[in-house]
Design a protein. Structure first.
Length: 291
């Protein structure tokens, strides 16, 4: 039995699709089962509730061989470490109590960075906690998600621009969630691996200015990039309702990216994930724009 947490998120639903296509038995933890696609609800066992709840975890992990572990974001959280580790502490207890054999976690690239990294730091603390539980673990280490640009569709459409706190000319490792999901599904289906290891998944490495050039070519319209200062970026996030802690976490994460948090691991990769930025823009982003 494979258990998937956060099954309606960007990654979780794609993992489910891949596992169901492979005929794997699945159980999901969902706060609201109605948010699952009807074809998914018909084919999976649903445990309703939050995967921060020890009773829900005990029920969901009973008899489970493998678990996809993903802490859902909470942009209104007042303390980001408490948010991540509150979920993970309960999970580690349940992994041990229920005899879960393998855990695949969604985390960040750059664990060896050694300095504060905003929202990335609690992800590294999550990895440490899971590994200390002694379970077989694969930490899928992610850089910047290409899907983050979905929030920029309106600005690109109206202004021909997109905005980030990242340096305009500094190469940034990026990845498509479909590639993350494919790696996760393969690991969850494989009952042979043991031990603990980090698995980086990087699809491309481009500066925001280079991304703008690709966007211009794919969308067949001029697109420019503008870097936003840290305080302006934080103020914008606050306008969208993010807590001060979460907004500052985003600012500090961008600062760590600008400082090269991903560099060592991305340069050591022997081969990229299948989806480069141009392919993702053609397949995924371009259809999101009005015809």
């Amino acid at each position: 039995m494979i258990v998937v947490t956060a099954p309606t998120g960007r990654i979780g639903h794609q993992v489910i699709d891949a596992l169901l296509a492979d005929g794997q038995p699945l159980r999901v933890i969902a706060r609201d089962a109605a948010r699952l696609a009807p074809q998914t609800r018909e084919r999976v066992e649903v445990v309703q509730g939050s995967h921060s709840d020890p009773e829900v975890l005990a029920e969901a992990f009973k008899g489970a061989d493998s678990v996809l572990w993903l802490v859902p974001p909470n942009p209104r959280a007042d303390e980001i470490h408490d948010h991540y580790l509150g979920f993970t502490r309960a999970a580690c207890d349940a992994f041990k109590a229920q005899g879960v054999e393998r855990v695949v976690g969604i985390t960040s690239l750059g664990r060896a960075y050694g300095k504060h990294a905003g929202l990335l730091s609690p992800a590294f603390a999550m990895d440490d906690m899971i590994e200390s539980a002694g379970v077989n673990y694969r930490a899928l280490a992610m850089p910047f998600f290409m899907e983050n640009l979905f929030g920029q569709v309106g600005a690109i459409e109206a202004q021909g621009m997109f905005f980030l706190a990242n340096s305009a000319d500094r190469p940034l490792a990026i990845v498509a969630t479909r590639d993350i999901a494919a790696v996760a599904a393969d690991l969850l289906s494989d009952g042979s691996w043991t031990g603990q290891a980090t698995v980086p998944v990087v699809g491309d490495v481009l500066s925001p200015e280079a991304m703008a050039q690709v966007l211009s070519e794919v969308l067949e319209r001029p697109v420019r990039f503008r870097q936003v200062g840290a305080q302006a970026y934080k103020a914008t996030m606050a306008q969208y309702g993010l807590s001060d802690a979460w907004a500052q976490g985003l600012v500090d994460m961008a600062a760590a990216q600008n400082d090269g948090i991903y560099d060592a691991e991305q340069s050591a990769l022997e081969s990229p994930a299948p989806t480069d930025f141009r392919r993702w823009c053609q397949d995924v982003l371009k259809p999101a724009f009005p015809a």
